[in-house]
Structure formats: C-alpha cells, structure tokens
Design a protein around this ligand. Structure first.
Ligand SMILES: *Cc1c(COP(=O)(O)O)cnc(C)c1O
Length: 396
C-alpha cells in the first residue's frame, strides 16, 4: 500500500541528537533550540520565535498572551483542525465560525466583518494547504476593529503572501503550476503578518520532528510575556540575560518548550529545508499537470491558488462533484494499493461544538467536508506516476 504520508528522515537526525547529548544539556532552550529559532529569524525575518512542543501549544500560548476571557469571541474557519479552536475554547471563548471560500477551502475573508461584535477579541486565519489567506484584507479588518490576528500557519512553512500580485477576480481555468516565489518586494512569509503566528512540525508536516511547533511573535509587545509563559511562568530568560536580579514565579504559564533531543532532530530537517521544499513542490506540480485533463473531463476541481499566494508543497487535494463519487474514488484507490484520505469534519458540526455553534449554516465548509480528498505527497514518494495513471482510469 502506498501510504498517504511517510515522515522523511534526512539521515542527520541521530547525529545531531548525539550532539545534543554530548553538550550535557538535554532539557529545553539549549544549543539546538537556539539554532532552530535563529534559522526562522534569519531566513524569514521573524522578529522573535520560540520553539514549542506542538503547534497546539503555540496556539495555547497565543490564547494566554491575548488574555482571552470567558465570553470573548474568536473568529476562525470551521474547516480546520481542532487545534485552531482548542486553546481559545479552554479560556472560555465563544467561537464564531467563518465559512470557506467558494473557490478554496480557506476562510472567506468577505464573511469576517459581519461576525464582529463588541466582544470580538481575535481573528485566527488558517492557511489551508499552505496557501495564504488574503492577509491584507484580514489585517485591514483587524486594524479597523482593534482586533488581534493569530495566523495558524501549521501547514504554511516557507509559503508567502504577495499582495502586489492580487488580481480583482480569480483567473478562470485554474492556476499555473506552482512556482517558488522568492521573498522579495512586498512578499511576506506566512506566520509573520498577524500579531502572532504558529507553526507545526508534526510528522505530517513538511519539516518534522514527530511532535513540535513554533510561536512567532511579530508584535514586540508580546515578547517579554511570551518568554515567561514559555518557561512555566518564571522570568528565567530575563534572569539569564542579566536583566533581572531575581529568578522566580511572576505570571501564569506552562512547560511549552521542547527538550533538546527534539530540537536536534528538527535542526537536521531545517538544514535540508531547501531540498525538501523543492521536492515537495515538484511533486505538487507533477500532480497538477498530470491530472489537469482528467480533472476537466470528470468535473473534478484541482486546488485553486489565488495570485497573491504561493504553493509550498504541503498538500495536494482534489474536490469531487459529490460525496458519492469521492467515496467511490477513495475505495478505488485503496483497491489499487493507494491510500488517500478526506479532510476535516467541520468544527461547527463536531460532536463537541455543534450544540454551542450559533446555527448559522456554513455551506461551503460542508461542501469541502463532503467532497475533498488528499493524495499521497511526501518527500520519498517514488510511485507518483503509478498514482496518476491509476487516477486517470477512474471515471467519476
Ligand atoms: C497540524 C495542524 C495543527 C496542529 O499541529 P500540532 O503540531 O500537531 O499541534 C493545527 N492547525 C492546523 C491547521 C494543522 O494542520
């Protein structure tokens, strides 16, 4: 069976883990944590980053940093992973779900403003499949209403938002093959645009260390407190920099930092980022070109990428005309030894939140829940031609 995902190992992970053990410092915030954070800060220009044990944890830090209180409202897509919502719900927030876009599973920027009330505290856009939300629109709404923006960039490492490329209407007939746009001109890396941004290094993501994440702090007002929350509510970081003469308990917090063994593993992956990204983007392009004729003939939609967004090779998905054809397609691939998977059961219809949801229908979110399927895409995928040929024999 060709798996849906297979975590890539570069070969240097164990070497760096030995390195971490040799330093004698295997708790958090040592040499490898600092190397990983510096990589993000130098390569993409993030002002301040903190490695976390997961993206879920980075989002928890956000909910604490924004001081979310019971009854506060948070605006987020329904078509997302549960972690986008979890931290805010834990603080007692009420979720206001935004529907997906008609042309894209990401949240509909045009539907945000109608949900804002005096209780709204934050907007949490998710860059689904690593494809940017329209961050200019979202930041303009946030600034107008004095709201915070937390980017869930879990899937969006090394992907960009380039507002200069905005066209008024999406071009017809799909998109050109994905290209690496360099970070030049007004192009900005995802995760760096909102007040805070969160990344995941879960084994299903482009760059991985099993479980891991990173918080990007783009608004300097949050830096000092983020360091404190990260280190169990203590001012340890300040103390070690000589900025405080006592080290003690000063705020709430948790143990959000990973150990050095995890950081050393992640460092091996970051060293190979260019190679991994080029390969994943190439796989994305081969699917996109190889399936375009078949998709047109069968009324299947390929991913839509707005002109202001880039593809980072995180995910390749197809959208079927109805739920039945998707079910048949997944079964057909399985019979042919290929594991494909559908995606999010929308949060507004989840067993945990459906009774708390304000009952607004979210038809596009439901649409993607019923019709979207993801194809195998991972660094070591070597049977892509077989997958494409198998798909081409399927009639919707
Ligand atoms: C993977 C993912 C997360 C959670 O990441 P973890 O590192 O597993 O906590 C959150 N949001 C989105 C959109 C994701 O894809």
């Amino acid at each position: 069976m060709i798996p849906f995902n297979k975590p890539h190992i570069t070969g240097k992970e164990v070497h760096h883990i030995y390195g971490a053990v040799a330093t004698g410092h295997i708790s958090g915030n040592g040499k490898y944590t600092k190397l990983c954070q510096k990589y993000f800060e130098e390569r993409w220009g993030f002002k301040k980053t903190l490695l976390t044990t997961s993206c879920t944890d980075a989002l928890e830090m956000c909910a604490l940093l924004l001081d979310i209180q019971p009854g506060d409202e948070v605006i987020l897509p329904s078509y997302t992973f549960v972690s986008t919502a979890l931290a805010f719900v834990r603080q007692g927030a009420v979720l206001k779900f935004v529907d997906s876009r008609p042309d894209h599973p990401g949240m509909d920027e045009e539907a945000i403003e109608a949900l804002i009330t005096p209780k709204t505290k934050a907007i949490v856009p998710v860059h689904y499949a690593g494809v940017a939300c329209d961050m200019d629109k979202i930041m303009a709404i946030a600034n107008k209403h004095n709201l915070f923006v937390v980017e869930d960039a879990a899937q969006a490492i090394d992907s960009y938002f380039s507002p200069t490329h905005i066209t008024p209407h999406p071009p017809k007939g799909g998109v050109a093959p994905a290209q690496r746009k360099e970070m030049k001109g007004t192009s900005r890396p995802l995760g760096s645009i909102g007040h805070l941004g969160c990344f995941s290094f879960h084994e299903t993501k482009n760059i991985q260390c099993g479980e891991g994440g990173l918080l990007a702090i783009n608004d300097e007002r949050f830096v000092k407190r983020a360091e404190i929350l990260w280190e169990k509510g203590t001012n340890r970081a300040e103390f070690f920099r000589g900025e405080a003469n006592k080290y003690g308990w000063v705020d709430t917090g948790s143990s959000f930092l990973p150990g050095e063994i995890t950081a050393a593993f992640l460092w091996a992956q970051l060293e190979e980022l260019e190679k991994i990204q080029n390969k994943r983007i190439e796989l994305w392009n081969v699917y996109h070109n190889g399936l375009s004729q078949w998709a047109t003939n069968n009324n299947v939609k390929q991913p839509f990428v707005p002109n202001y967004a880039t593809v980072n090779g995180h995910m390749y998905y197809l959208v079927f005309p109805d739920g039945d054809s998707r079910t048949r397609f997944i079964a057909y691939l399985r019979e042919n030894g290929i594991h494909s998977v559908f995606h999010y059961l929308s949060l507004h219809a989840s067993p945990y939140y459906q009774d708390k949801h304000d009952k607004r229908p979210l038809p596009h979110s439901d649409f993607y829940t019923d019709r979207l399927v993801r194809l195998p895409l991972f660094y070591d995928l070597d049977q892509q031609q077989y997958i494409i040929e198998t798909i081409q024999k399927f009639q919707v």
